[in-house]
Design a protein around this ligand. Sequence first.
Ligand code: NAD
Length: 317
Amino acid sequence: MVTNKKVVLVGAGFVGMSMAYSLLNQGGVDELVLIDVNKEKTIGEEMDLSHGLPYAPQKMKIKAGDYDECKDANIVVITAGLAQKPGQSRLDLAVANAKIMKEITENVMKNGFKGIFVVASNPVDLMTYVVAEVSGMPKSRVIGSGTVLDTARLRYLIADYLEVSSKNVHAYILGEHGDSSLVPWEHCYVGCKKIIDIMKDNNHPMEDLKKIHDGVWQAAYEIIEKKKATYYGIGMALNRLVKAILNDENSILTVSTYQNNEYGQEGMYIGVPAIINRNGVKEILQLKLNKQDQDKFNHSCEIMKENIEKEIKPIIK
Ligand code: NAD
């Protein structure tokens, strides 16, 4: 039986279209539907992307559409809403984007969607919570891009520093996709060797690890300052996440997923390593965090909980 792999993208802006372009280039999706409040833009994007098809690895039906397309979609990816302006933090977008998430989720659910939600709009951990609450879907079927991008940035920077392939860097960012994220360095490896041991054995100063993490969380601010928005990295990261779901991969990615005490916290979405397959989050990978990292993780979760109570609940009630 041939199954149609169908993705609906809501939000045909920089981030959404970077994912779309990445999907077109890498193949693996049969049908991509573009939805945006700016309908004209989706028509233009449909035309522009489709003109690349003769050079794509496989055919992909691309069309500007509406929410009725969600009925038989495998995945709805949400990249709609406001983006950070220079100097703004992701949390500054919470109220405005929560209203947009609510409206979009209601439209998707009204049309009988039964697939998996992937949310990238910021602040992503809070926006994923909104989509989960408003949709009423099982929590495992609503996934935020979480720290998938931050983790890619971390792997890139470590690879550059140690001069190894980023493919062999197994390091993960946990917590908020934002300023309070953390790296559990004791659980980070290059190949099968601990990064902490590599630093010691090569006389690299340990404080360079902190500089690498600073480089990760400051990256968005720096890029936005220089070119107004970040989109290629997240476009590739979303492609990766979509493929892990469509291909039932059981791949480990640091997504924003609902906490049920796996890390001593519950009641919010936050970035942790999780096994992803066609049903969404199959399982959260539990790491034993040292006290310092657990404290940082708890701090990140407290920020989320505070924002849920103050900013989010009044909107979704
Ligand atoms: P953008 O302004 O280029 O695109 C946003 C799009 O959303 C626009 O086309 C707009 O018309 C559309 N939109 C707004 N309200 C809508 C609604 N109610 N229904 C449908 N469409 C609607 O912004 P961007 O640079 O693509 O960023 C999009 C989001 O992604 C932002 O919230 C940004 O902060 C976030 N982002 C997330 C990550 C991550 O790692 N998760 C990385 C970069 C950006």
